[in-house]
Design a protein. Structure first.
Length: 426
């Protein structure tokens, strides 16, 4: 994450929260606290308007010789340009799809065409299963899948183990930018260098990192990176960056009438146009946060950079307060990095459990009791199944996950801590 010091007041929480209609809800008389960002963030009004305006005015298929179809073509180009600014790549390197999982399965099918017995793919215990199972599906072609392990005490990737499992048989490494379960941020730039030194491709899952830190695929030099706009204040869509050379070279499974031009050859069937209209709006929301902080930001990319500097600083304050408070509640165990000196290696996603839990202290029971008080949290494995199995918590309910983003407040953190103290002590 960026380390530039930004004054804590640079994010105007009143202005930010006023843009999200859903944040005004109440539950049983309690103000709703959306701490479920890792499962999908809330959206600002401009995203809602962009989706509804498209359906009201321009709803059409592409490539037609009439106004609404041409408007749709222009909207898609605009959304592609917005995501190119978000990721720092070319517009023809942006592929839209239903979600990250679908895009990854499609890409694994294409990459797998060139693989067979003797080839290896390296995955990690820390990852969401969407960056694991699509690669395991290639075992049917004789490909060997290897595991990179973790340090259980703080849920960091074991880089020595990772490096030891890359050799000239490795054709691809699949790794997450950040863990959606325990918040660990992986050193992806170093991992990509390791992969490339062995002649392997690097496939990065940035779904969870997207709302928390700046992504720069040019600086990373990754071959592929996938994210989901509904995790950073947009609609339910997946986006894949692929280096131009790979999108041209690899052969997708597709219908014959579909063009061979990139990136369209990777987008099958009619896309979800209304949601793609919302993508530009969510990227512009983030950019406008940056422009309010740095008025001199001359480009959308520059404004996005400024926004994430401020978001990081603010979320760091929230995370420090939450982890410090949880650490003072008896019988609570936090999974992941808890050393404040290493907080730059994690994002504000906290997984916890009650030690020696009773039937009314399971992750599900805690999430239910918190939900009744207006705190929206998640329980379970969040599809990070290999991690919950590795840490031996899968059979007993996984984790309670608290996910902070920049529209959350210090007051919400304090209320959550008070509620947890009461629930755990009961």
């Amino acid at each position: 994450m960026p380390t530039t010091e930004i004054a804590p007041t640079t994010l105007d929480l009143t202005h930010i929260r006023a843009q999200f209609p859903s944040l005004a809800q109440t539950v049983n008389g309690h103000p709703a606290a959306f701490l479920d960002g890792p499962g999908g963030t809330q959206v600002p009004q401009r995203v809602i308007d962009a989706i509804s305006n498209y359906l009201r005015r321009d709803n059409a298929n592409t490539g037609g010789a009439y106004a609404t179809s041409r408007n749709t073509d222009a909207m898609l180009a605009e959304a592609r340009a917005a995501m190119a600014d978000f990721l720092n790549c070319g517009t023809d390197e942006i592929v839209f799809g239903p979600n990250m999982t679908t895009l990854t399965y499609a890409m694994s099918r294409a990459i797998g065409r060139d693989l067979g017995p003797g080839d290896e793919i390296l995955v990690t215990r820390l990852d969401h299963d969407a960056n694991v199972s699509p690669w395991f599906a290639l075992e049917e072609k004789g490909v060997t899948i290897r595991w990179a392990e973790i340090h259980e005490e703080d849920c960091r990737l074991d880089l020595a183990d990772f490096a030891s499992k890359i050799d000239d048989r490795t054709k691809l490494v699949a790794v997450g930018y950040a863990s959606n379960a325990v918040g660990t941020i992986n050193p992806v730039k170093a991992i990509i260098r390791l992969a490339h030194a062995a002649g392997a491709l690097a496939y990065i899952d940035a779904v969870h990192y997207g709302p928390h830190g700046l992504i720069d695929v040019a600086a990373l030099d990754c071959d592929f990176l996938v994210c989901s706009t509904y995790k950073f204040f947009g609609p339910h869509m997946g986006v894949l960056f692929g280096k131009r050379e790979h999108l041209k070279r690899l052969q997708p499974y597709k219908v014959r009438p579909l063009t061979d031009a990139i990136p369209n050859r990777w987008e099958w069937g009619t896309l979800n146009h209304e949601c793609i209209a919302g993508i530009t709006a969510c990227v512009d929301y983030i950019a406008d946060l940056g422009r309010r902080i740095h008025l001199e930001a001359a480009t959308r990319r520059g404004a996005i950079v400024a926004a994430f500097e401020a978001i990081h600083h603010y979320e760091h304050r929230l995370m420090v307060r939450l982890i410090a408070g949880l650490s003072q509640i008896p019988h609570i165990k936090i999974y992941g990095i808890t050393d404040p000196a290493r907080f730059t290696e994690r994002c504000p996603t906290i997984a916890m459990r009650v030690i020696d839990q009773t039937a009314d202290q399971t992750p599900l029971a805690l999430a239910t009791k918190l939900g009744e008080r207006g705190f929206f949290t998640w329980d379970g494995n969040y599809y990070a199944l290999n991690l919950t199995e590795r840490l031996d918590v899968e059979k007993t309910g996984g984790f309670l996950r608290i996910g902070l983003v920049h529209y959350n407040t210090i007051e919400e953190v304090d209320r959550l801590l008070a509620a947890l103290r009461e629930i755990v002590a009961a």
